[in-house]
Design a protein around this ligand. Structure first.
Ligand code: PLP
Length: 373
C-alpha cells in the first residue's frame, strides 16, 4: 500500500488506503485496475451511481453553454431546480449554496430572522457540518472539540420527555435528521417527530444525507406525516457535483430580504443542471426499488456474525456491531467492498440507489466472510 497517496494534503482525514481512478454504476476501479463494489457512494452522495447518463449528459450540456454568472443574474438550471424542489415539498422557496454545512448555516440564520429567537433544540449524536454555526448545533462534543461551544440544547433521539423538557420560550428552531446518518444510523420515530411539530418553533429537517431518495421516499421526512418549515439538502442532489440547498416552506416564507444571505457559487448552473436531471430520475419506480433492496439489506445484515442490531431506512443501513467497525470497513475494502462507519461500532452502508438484489447479496456475502474471519 502506498504511503504517499496524500502527503501534500492537510491531514484532516486518515491517510487513504486506496486511490480510485474510475467509477461506473456501483463499481469503482483503483489505480492498479482492481474493481470494488461501492456501498459508500462517496458518503451517500453518488445516489444514481457513478457516471449515471442523465446527470452526466445534463452537466456536459451545461458545461458547453454557461458555467457561472453569479446570483446577480438569472439562469435556467437554478430556476428549474427550485421549481422541482418546491413541487416535491408542496410549495417552498430555495436558496442554493455548495454543501450541507452551508445549507444548515442558512437554516440557522433563517430561523433567527423569522422567529427573532436564537435557541435551538438538536439531537445528541447529530451531525450538521463543520462550519462554526453548524458545528455548534452538532450533538457530538468530540467534533465540536475546542472549536466552538454548544449552540443548542441537545436531547437524545426519540426521547419525547427530554424534548418536552428542553422546550422553552427562547427556542426558535428544532433541527432533526430523519435518520442520524453520522451518529449511528438511528431512525427517528414518528411520535418523536410529531411531538417536535407541536412546539411553537420552526421545525427543520437536515436532509443532507437522507434526501433525494436515500430512505425510499424523496425526502426522509415523508415517513413521518408532518410538514416541516425548513429542509436542508446537499450530498446526492447533483450526484457528486457540489451543491447545497435550503428549502423554506411557503407558510413561513418572507423572512429573508435581499442582502440577508448569499453565496458566490450557489446555484452554479452546471451543478443545478445535474441536479434537475437527478430529481427527474428519482421516480416512484426507483423509490420502490430502494425500499425493496433496503429491506433485503437490513434483513441480511441482521443475520451476520457480530451484528447486534440492524437498523435504518431505505438504503441508509447501519449494523450495530459487538466489535469496532473501523477494522471491519478496512477488511471489507481489502475484500473488494467499499463501506463506511457511523461512530465507533456501527457499520454503515449507503450504496448507490440503483443497486439491485444481486449487488446486495454480494455485499452481504463479503461482509459475512469479513465478520467470520
Ligand atoms: N448534515 C448531515 C446530516 C450530514 O450527514 C453532513 C455530512 O455528512 C452534513 C450535514 C455536512 O455536509 P457537508 O459535508 O456537505 O458540509
Amino acid at each position: 500500500m502506498s504511503t504517499t497517496l496524500a502527503t501534500a494534503l492537510l491531514p484532516t482525514y486518515p491517510e487513504p488506503r486506496v486511490a480510485f481512478v474510475e467509477g461506473d454504476g456501483v463499481q469503482l476501479t483503483d489505480a492498479a485496475g482492481r474493481t470494488y463494489l461501492d456501498f459508500a457512494a462517496g458518503i451517500a452522495v453518488v445516489g444514481l451511481g457513478h457516471r449515471h447518463p442523465a446527470p452526466l449528459a445534463a452537466a456536459h450540456g451545461q458545461l458547453d453553454r454557461l458555467w457561472h454568472v453569479s446570483n446577480l443574474f438569472a439562469t435556467d438550471p437554478a430556476r428549474v431546480l427550485a421549481q422541482l424542489l418546491s413541487e416535491r415539498m408542496g410549495g417552498a422557496h430555495a436558496f442554493f449554496c455548495n454543501s450541507g454545512t452551508e445549507a444548515n448555516e442558512a437554516a440557522l440564520k433563517y430561523a433567527r430572522k423569522a422567529t427573532g429567537k436564537r435557541g435551538v433544540i438538536a439531537l445528541e449524536q447529530s451531525f450538521h457540518g463543520r462550519t462554526l454555526g453548524a458545528l455548534g448545533v452538532t450533538g457530538q462534543p468530540g467534533k465540536r472539540g475546542g472549536f466552538v461551544d454548544a449552540g443548542a440544547t441537545f436531547v437524545p433521539p426519540n426521547d419525547v420527555d427530554a424534548l418536552h423538557a428542553a422546550m422553552s420560550e427562547e427556542i426558535g428552531l428544532v433541527l432533526l435528521e430523519p435518520v442520524l446518518g453520522e451518529g449511528g444510523v438511528i431512525p427517528l420515530e414518528p411520535e418523536f417527530v410529531a411531538a417536535a411539530r407541536e412546539f411553537d418553533a420552526l421545525l427543520a429537517f437536515d436532509e443532507v444525507q437522507t434526501g433525494v431518495g436515500r430512505t425510499g421516499t424523496f425526502f426522509g421526512f415523508e415517513h413521518f406525516g408532518v410538514t416541516p418549515d425548513l429542509v436542508t439538502m446537499a450530498k446526492a442532489l447533483a450526484n457528486g457535483l457540489p451543491i447545497g440547498c435550503l428549502l423554506v416552506s411557503e407558510h413561513v416564507a418572507g423572512a429573508f430580504a435581499p442582502g440577508d444571505h448569499g453565496s458566490t457559487f450557489g446555484g452554479n448552473p452546471v451543478s443545478c443542471a445535474a441536479a434537475v436531471a437527478v430529481c427527474d430520475t428519482v421516480d416512484d419506480e426507483l423509490l420502490a426499488a430502494v425500499r425493496a433492496n433496503g429491506a433485503r439489506l437490513l434483513q441480511g445484515l441482521a443475520g451476520l456474525p457480530h451484528v447486534v442490531e440492524a437498523r435504518g431506512r431505505g438504503l441508509l443501513a447501519g449494523a450495530q456491531l459487538d466489535v469496532p467497525a473501523g477494522p471491519v470497513v478496512d477488511a471489507a475494502l481489502d475484500a473488494g467492498l467499499v463501506c463506511l462507519t457511523s461512530g465507533a461500532d456501527v457499520l454503515r452502508l449507503a450504496p448507490p440507489l440503483v443497486v439491485d438484489a444481486s449487488h446486495v447479496d454480494t455485499a452481504l456475502s463479503i461482509l459475512e466472510e469479513v465478520l467470520n474471519a
